[in-house]
Design a protein around this ligand. Structure first.
Ligand code: PXG
Length: 459
C-alpha cells in the first residue's frame, strides 16, 4: 500500500486537486468543474483509478513507460542507489558511477558515431541544450552567423521557452510571445492533410524541399540546424512518406547544416529499432532523448552528441557554460541502467521489430474499414487512426477536434486510454504489450469508433 494513497477516497482527492493543483496543458476552470480522474495503481499495461476501474494504457503513460508498469528491478535500482548515493552533481570535475555507466551504455545502443552524452532532466531541457550546443558549435568553428534553427509546424519539442519555440505548436506560441528569435518552422510531412493531389512519394519530396527552400531564403550561412522528430508524436503520429527523410538528410548535408533527431518519443524501441534514426537510416549530429530512457519511472533526459559536434566542443570549446542540478542524477541514471539492461536482456526492441510491432500494425489496419477512419499510420508500436468526414476526398471534419474529443472521451469511459490530436487518435502502448492485450485495445477502439460515429450521426 502506498504511503500516499491510503485513507482518502475519490471525492476527497478530487476536491483537494481542484483546490490546490494546476495541471499541465489543462483548462483549470474546466477541469475543476468536471473533476479529475485519479489514477492509483498500475501493472503491466493496465491502470486502475480510485474507483477501482481498470483501463488499458494505449499511451504508455505519456509515450514513456516502455517496459510497462510494476517492474521491481527499477524500484530496487532506485532504492539501492538512494541508500548508496541519492544525489551528487557532475559539476566541478566530479562524477559518480551511475552517470558514467549510463554514458557508456548509451554509447553502445546509439549509432556508432555517437559516443558522448550530456545529461538533462527532461526532453524540454534536452532540446534547450541542443539549442545552446548547436550555436556554440558554429561559434567555435568560426561561422557565428549560423544561428537560425529550422523546425517544423506542429512539432512538439517541450514546454520551456527554448523548446516551445523549437516546437511548432501555434497555441503554445500564442501564449508568451514565442518563438524566440532565430527559430523558424517549415511544413510537416503530413500527407493526409497537406498532400493535395500529390502521391505520398511526391509529397514526401515536396515537404523535404520546403526545408531547402527555407534554407536558401535565409542563406545557408545563417542556418545552424534542422530539428525534427523522426516520426512526429504529439503532432499526430505523422509518419513521413519514405521519400522524405533521405531527401532531408541530403539537404542538410549539402548545406552543411546540423541534423538533430528528437528521439524523445521514437527512442528506446518504439519503432522496433533502438532509435527512430536507426529506423530511417539517419546519421544525426545530435539526439535529444528522455521518456523511454527510464521508461518514465524517474525523470531523466540526455543529448547524445555525434563526433562532429563533440570533437569541436571538446578540442576547442573551453568551458561549456550550461548544465542542470540534476544533470546525470545518480538515482535516475541507476534506474535508466536497470531499464536498458532489461530491454537488452529480454530482447524488447527486437520483439517490437519482428513480432508485436507487426502484429499491432496489422490489427490497427483492420480498423481502416471503419467509416470514420480515413488513414491508418504507424510503425512498430506507435500508430494513429486519422478520423475524417469523407475517405475518398480526405475531407476532415469541421471544426477539427470535436470528433476526436468525442472518441477520446468514449475511450476513457470504456477503459481504453487513447490520446487525440485534433481528429487523429493516437496509440503508443508499452513495448511489453502481449497479443491479447493488443486485441483488447483494438476491440475497445472499434467500439469507441462506433459510439463516436453514432454521436455524430455517421452510419
Ligand atoms: N520532444 C518530444 C518529441 C516530445 O514528445 C518533449 C520533447 C519534451 O519532453 P519533456 O520531458 O520535457 O516533457 C516531448 C514531450 C502529449 C505530450 O500530449 C507529449 C509530450 C509531453 C507532454 C504531453 O502527447 N512529449
Amino acid at each position: 500500500m502506498s504511503t500516499v494513497t491510503d485513507n482518502r477516497g475519490t471525492a476527497e482527492w478530487r476536491e483537494l486537486d481542484r483546490k490546490h493543483h494546476l495541471h499541465p496543458f489543462t483548462d483549470f476552470a474546466g477541469l475543476a468543474s468536471e473533476g479529475s480522474r485519479i489514477i492509483v495503481r498500475a501493472e503491466g499495461v493496465h491502470l486502475w483509478d480510485s474507483d477501482g476501474e481498470r483501463m488499458i494504457d494505449g499511451m504508455a503513460g505519456l509515450w514513456c513507460v516502455n517496459i510497462g508498469y510494476g517492474r521491481r528491478e527499477l524500484a530496487d535500482a532506485a532504492y539501492h542507489q538512494m541508500l548508496e548515493l541519492p544525489f551528487y552533481n557532475n559539476f566541478f570535475k566530479t562524477t559518480h558511477p551511475p552517470a558514467v555507466a549510463l554514458a557508456e551504455t548509451l554509447s553502445e545502443v546509439t549509432p556508432p558515431h555517437m559516443s558522448r552524452v550530456f545529461f538533462t532532466g527532461s526532453g524540454s531541457e534536452s532540446n534547450d541544450t541542443v539549442l545552446r550546443m548547436v550555436r556554440r558549435y558554429w561559434d567555435l568553428v568560426g561561422e557565428p552567423t549560423r544561428r537560425i534553427v529550422i523546425s517544423r509546424e506542429n512539432a512538439y519539442h517541450g514546454s520551456t521557452i527554448g523548446s516551445a519555440s523549437l516546437g511548432g505548436m501555434k497555441p503554445m506560441h500564442d501564449q508568451g510571445h514565442l518563438p524566440i528569435p532565430d527559430i523558424t518552422h517549415v511544413m510537416q510531412p503530413y500527407w493526409f492533410r497537406l498532400g493535395g493531389d500529390r502521391s505520398p512519394a511526391e509529397f514526401g519530396l515536396h515537404a523535404a524541399r520546403a526545408l531547402e527552400e527555407r534554407i536558401l531564403e535565409l542563406g545557408p550561412e545563417n542556418v545552424a540546424a534542422f530539428v525534427a522528430e523522426p516520426i512526429q508524436g504529439a503532432g499526430g503520429v505523422i509518419v513521413p512518406p519514405d521519400t522524405y527523410w533521405p531527401e532531408v538528410a541530403r539537404i542538410c548535408e549539402r548545406h552543411g547544416i546540423l541534423l538533430v533527431a528528437d528521439e524523445v518519443i521514437c527512442g528506446f524501441g518504439r519503432t522496433g529499432k533502438w532509435f527512430g534514426s536507426d529506423y530511417y537510416g539517419l546519421r544525426p549530429d545530435l539526439m535529444p532523448m528522455a521518456k523511454g530512457i527510464t521508461s518514465g519511472y524517474l525523470p531523466l533526459g540526455a543529448v547524445m552528441v555525434g563526433d562532429r559536434v563533440a570533437d569541436v566542443l571538446t578540442s576547442r570549446g573551453g568551458e561549456f557554460a550550461h548544465g542542470f542540478t540534476y544533470s546525470g542524477h545518480p538515482t535516475c541514471c541507476a534506474v535508466a541502467l536497470a531499464n536498458i539492461r532489461i530491454m537488452r536482456a529480454e530482447g524488447i526492441v527486437e520483439r517490437v521489430e519482428t513480432d508485436i510491432g507487426p502484429y499491432f500494425q496489422a490489427a490497427l489496419r483492420e480498423l481502416a474499414d471503419h467509416p470514420l477512419v480515413g488513414e491508418v499510420r504507424g510503425v512498430g508500436l506507435i500508430g494513429a487512426l486519422q478520423l475524417c468526414k469523407d475517405k475518398s476526398t480526405r475531407e476532415l471534419f469541421q471544426p477539427e477536434g470535436q470528433v476526436g474529443t468525442t472518441c477520446r472521451d468514449h475511450c476513457f469511459s470504456n477503459g481504453l486510454i487513447m490520446r487525440a490530436t485534433l481528429d487523429s487518435m493516437l496509440l503508443s502502448p508499452p513495448l511489453v504489450i502481449t497479443r491479447s492485450e493488443v486485441d483488447e485495445i483494438m476491440e475497445k477502439a472499434r467500439l469507441c469508433l462506433d459510439l463516436t460515429a453514432r454521436d455524430h450521426g455517421i452510419a
